[in-house]
Design a protein. Structure first.
Length: 228
């Protein structure tokens, strides 16, 4: 009888311990973003991925917004769109996805990524802003680059920052809602660049080396490239 009670007590202890550990993990997961800082408490504009056969007029009509507003929100100069482009549909709100595919990202990481996007690409289309964010995340997964968002953004090469907004201080501008949404789209796995590790504006870039890199794609005013 005593041995049975001992075994029973031991089993109960293990179950209680496992339950406590599981609860602790759940609390850690829910509070690692912070209560007020929880990403699922953010509201974001509805993101729509352009499909073959879509037109801006059709998208505007389906989502009950004006064509002019749709173009203004996405900083589009004309009605040309391509399959795979990501558009923000104004005035339509939805909860952020509870799970972001590139996990382990803190609120501070999100806002820093949004700040870089805002500083580098605030005059670009939404797709162009997502693309800039994707380059940062592609570097995280690539050998030879740091392994955190902060370290990638603040990385130096020969004592020169990799990204000009860090050098000139514009990285500290507050990001707008579009930049935050672009950061979230990139974190959710969207990559309009198909794996690019570099980007530059060919009209303003002074670095000759970066112009020698294989070009992956061009989006707006930016050229996106990869390693040789």
């Amino acid at each position: 009888m005593g041995s049975r009670l001992t075994r029973y007590a031991g089993a109960v202890t293990i179950i209680v311990a496992l339950t406590w550990l599981l609860a602790a993990k759940q609390v850690e997961a829910s509070t690692s973003w912070g209560n007020e800082n929880n990403l699922t408490s953010y509201k974001c504009m509805l993101c729509y991925t352009v499909r073959p056969g879509d037109t801006l007029y059709k998208i505007a009509r389906v989502h009950n917004v004006s064509l002019a507003k749709l173009m203004e929100t996405n900083k589009l100069r004309d009605s040309l769109i391509r399959p795979g482009d990501v558009l923000l549909v104004p005035d339509r709100f939805s909860e952020l996805p509870a799970v972001i595919s590139r996990g382990g990202i803190s609120r501070e990481d999100l806002l820093l990524l949004a700040r870089l996007i805002h500083a580098e690409a605030r005059g670009e289309s939404f797709t162009g802003q997502v693309a800039v964010g994707a380059v940062i995340l592609n570097r995280l997964a690539s050998p030879g680059f740091p392994k955190t968002i902060r370290e990638v953004i603040f990385q130096k090469d020969n004592n020169v920052f990799q990204f000009s907004p860090v050098q000139d201080g514009s990285i500290y501008l507050e990001p707008d809602e579009t930049a935050i949404n672009a950061a979230l789209e990139a974190l959710a796995g969207r990559d309009p660049t198909n794996g690019a590790l570099f980007f530059y504006n060919p009209h303003t870039a002074t670095d000759r080396w970066i112009r020698t890199l294989p070009v992956v794609t061009r989006i707006g005013n930016h050229v996106f490239a990869t390693k040789i």
